[in-house]
Design a protein around this ligand. Structure first.
Ligand SMILES: Nc1ncnc2c1ncn2[C@@H]1O[C@H](COP(=O)(O)OP(=O)(O)OP(=O)(O)O)[C@@H](O)[C@H]1O
Ligand SMILES: [Mg+2]
Length: 351
């Protein structure tokens, strides 16, 4: 057999990495939430990923605090920092010097993702840190990304909370897509919204490209990732029409994939009713522009207790349990738990 050229090999691996990421949402591969068995009996962990495109909107705050809350509610939780360029999930969780890191996996020093799990001071809560990244090559190669995504999916835990970095690098999008629950964290300001839409767009097209089986259609989706493409295909609806004209099976897959993709929205650092309403506006854009049924999971207000929690490396629910931000956070965690396990499985869940 002729050897696969290096560039071809890289592209193949890239596609495989993204495909594994997409397995979390695969319509055929994934049972409906209602049919999920007790959390402990499931073979695969439930993966919740937090992204949003923009830096500093509160992804890591939410990831750390949600993970702590899910663990407190009785789920064996692993909080995974994938931000190799700006790792700080460990700081939020009070782990000052992580003994192992995802960077070890990326560099090939460790091949078992389970060995990266570090204890925290909280029961049922472990951490995969992302410190000590390679300064010149922060993102893992296609091959490593495949192994990493598979490793995360194989961890014997109830929930994996994945903290994504900022930006639209394909690796970041793959980490976001690996989750059954992709939570888009938004700040109530125009720049955050802009970045959030760009992030959604990148995730949408990446997922669609994977769902398509016809090579020509895959190529067309790739072309449309260029917003100024010469064919004049500007919106997901334009693209759907194009796919319909090319391949009816892929057009059906396109619509099914659209239906299966359900981003969750959290607006962080709200300080007015108008900020709160932003979540509904984003949900509407998801429907009208992308054809996606997003869920507005909740909002968190701006609160000095968050910075105090960061200083102390403790969840805000512990630092200021009666603060609004802690109350709203617990509400969001409860909604997620309701989506993860049916009532009987939560018999042992601590209130
Ligand atoms: N609800 C809040 N109230 C007050 N301060 C907040 C709130 N949420 C986040 N912050 C502050 O905003 C800063 C950025 O938060 P965080 O690190 O979670 O953002 P991020 O989205 O993970 O950023 P990056 O993209 O750089 O990883 C932190 O210093 C944090 O204390
Ligand atoms: Mg962060």
């Amino acid at each position: 057999m002729a050897p696969v050229p290096e560039r071809g090999r890289r592209l193949l691996l890239e596609r495989r990495a993204a495909r594994i990421a997409a397995e979390g949402h695969s319509i055929e591969a994934h049972p409906s939430r209602a049919s999920l068995g007790p959390a402990r009996a499931r073979r695969r962990p439930h993966v919740v990923a937090l992204g949003g495109g923009k830096g500093g909107v509160g992804k890591t705050f939410l990831a750390s605090n949600l993970a702590a809350e899910l663990a407190r509610l009785g789920l064996r939780t692993a909080a995974v920092d994938t931000d190799l360029e700006g790792a700080n999930l460990h700081t939020w969780l009070g782990v000052t010097r992580p003994a192992a890191s995802l960077a070890d996996f990326v560099a090939g020093r460790e091949t078992d993702a389970a060995k990266l799990l570090l204890p925290t001071r909280y029961e049922r809560l472990e951490l995969v840190a992302a410190t000590h990244g390679h300064l010149a090559a922060a993102h893992p190669s296609g091959a490593r990304r495949v192994e990493l995504l598979q490793g995360l999916r194989r961890l014997d835990r109830d929930v994996i909370v994945v903290d994504c970095g900022a930006g639209l690098h394909p690796a970041v999008i793959d980490y976001f897509l690996v989750g059954e629950d992709g939570i888009l964290v938004i700040h109530p300001e125009a720049t955050s919204l802009e970045n959030a839409y760009a992030f959604l767009r990148a995730a949408f097209y990446r997922r669609m490209q994977l769902a398509m089986m016809n090579h020509q259609v895959q190529g067309r989706v790739a072309e449309c990732m260029d917003q100024r493409n010469e064919r004049g295909i500007r919106t997901p609806h334009d693209l759907l029409r194009e796919v319909q004209s090319m391949d009816s099976d892929d057009a059906r897959r396109f619509v099914e994939t659209m239906r299966a993709m359900r981003p969750r929205i959290v607006v962080n650092e709200v300080s007015s009713a108008e900020d709160v309403r932003l979540g509904f506006a984003v949900r509407n854009v998801c429907r009208t522009y992308f054809g996606l049924e997003a869920e507005y999971l909740g909002y968190l207000n701006r609160d000095e207790a968050v910075r105090q929690a960061l200083r102390e490396g403790r969840p805000v629910s512990e630092v200021a349990p009666q603060s609004d931000v802690a109350i709203y956070l617990r509400r969001i965690a409860r909604k997620l738990v309701d989506g993860i396990a049916p009532a009987p499985a939560r018999a042992g869940v601590h209130a």
